[in-house]
Write a protein that binds this ligand. Structure first.
Ligand SMILES: CC/C=C\C/C=C\C/C=C\C=C\CC(=O)SCCNC(=O)CCNC(=O)[C@H](O)C(C)(C)COP(=O)(O)OP(=O)(O)OC[C@H]1O[C@@H](n2cnc3c(N)ncnc32)[C@H](O)[C@@H]1OP(=O)(O)O
Length: 291
């Protein structure tokens, strides 16, 4: 799916416009102008994000450092998007590893305090920022690897699934998954679609219906993560793995992208049809209650 988005961003101007509307991509850029990285190795830091870019390898490492648990607040999401925009604009940056500076946690998912009891305007901005993060990672021209060095529930799991490859710390205390159901909420359909693209239909059905959080070993078994390594090795393994991915010529990447793009379009059409059916059904129920 990520590759599909990448392809359409490259080749379909119409869809680019559609996606940029969906993602409201101007929102992050409007706050702070992106700057190109000029040095051989550089480090740029916002309060919540630190990016180390090694120009000789073309690989950047994004450290999420929003204590205590990297919960995805509007402010944090905006910082992530700005950092991504800057890297995306620097054509010498070909790979991105995303990891956490917080002990034991990759990301606790959406910031619950930023979701409830807020104004409609804040909620709209918040959800746009969530979508923007999702689209920016999925549609990135860079190879992206999630170095999951701690627990990663809900939106944290989503973030890792938008990457091309996931390496998780092999510590049974950590867990990963879309656990929204356990919180009494329904995961948005694009969370579901992202998981279907990662682990397949049946595994997603089980995961979402039961709100399952998986241990690293279970996550590896269903393909939610691609590799487990010792806690101390997560980041180094990610950068080593990146070298392999970057050795593949970009043109092959684009070819696969076209296959995935076809699947993604079919999925989108189905989703739109299903939304229309739901609206019609809801109207019918509403009418039958009136009379
Ligand atoms: C267009 C779309 C429109 C509509 C969509 C409609 C509906 C969609 C609805 C929802 C989708 C939601 C997706 C989400 O991501 S919801 C968030 C789910 N997250 C969780 O369930 C994680 C909860 N947290 C944990 O499990 C743990 O905290 C942990 C495993 C991440 C870490 O455990 P620790 O033991 O190390 O730390 P704690 O003591 O538990 O926590 C420390 C500290 O952090 C606060 N905190 C934890 N998680 C969050 C969070 N997600 N948001 C905000 N704050 C969080 C926790 O309260 C503690 O704070 P205090 O120290 O007590 O102040």
């Amino acid at each position: 799916m990520k590759m599909a988005l990448r392809a359409c961003l490259r080749t379909k101007p119409g869809l680019t416009a559609l996606l940029s509307q969906l993602s409201c991509s101007g929102h992050a850029a409007a706050r702070r102008a992106p700057a190109l990285v000029a040095q051989r190795s550089s480090s740029s830091t916002s309060q919540k994000i630190k990016v180390d870019f090694d120009q000789s390898s073309g690989v950047a490492v994004m450290h999420m450092q929003s204590p205590p648990v990297n919960s995805l607040s509007l402010e944090f999401l905006t910082d992530v998007c700005i950092a991504l925009e800057k890297l995306e604009m620097d054509k010498s940056c070909r790979g991105l590893v995303v990891t956490s500076s917080q002990p034991k946690v990759f990301s606790a998912g959406l910031d619950i305090l930023d979701m409830y009891g807020k104004s409609p305007e804040h909620c709209a901005e918040f959800w746009k920022a969530v979508q923007e993060m999702w689209l920016k990672f999925y549609g990135s021209n860079m190879i992206t690897i999630a170095a999951v060095n701690g627990s990663s529930p809900a939106g944290g799991c989503l973030l890792s699934m938008t990457c091309d490859y996931r390496i998780m710390a092999d510590n049974p205390r950590y867990s990963i998954g879309l656990n929204e159901t356990k919180l009494g909420i329904v995961a948005p359909f694009w969370f579901k679609d992202t998981m279907v693209n990662t682990v397949g239909h049946r595994a997603t059905e089980m995961a979402l219906q039961l709100g399952l959080l998986y241990s690293p070993a279970e996550a590896l078994k269903i393909g939610l993560v691609d590799q487990l390594v010792h806690e101390d090795q997560v980041l180094t393994t990610a950068t080593e793995t990146m070298t392999k991915w970057l050795a593949i010529p970009g043109i092959l990447n684009i070819s696969y992208t076209c296959h995935f793009f076809h699947l993604w379009c079919c999925n989108l059409v189905c989703t739109i049809c299903s939304c229309v059916c739901q609206v019609i059904a809801a109207k019918k129920i509403h009418l039958s209650q009136d009379f």
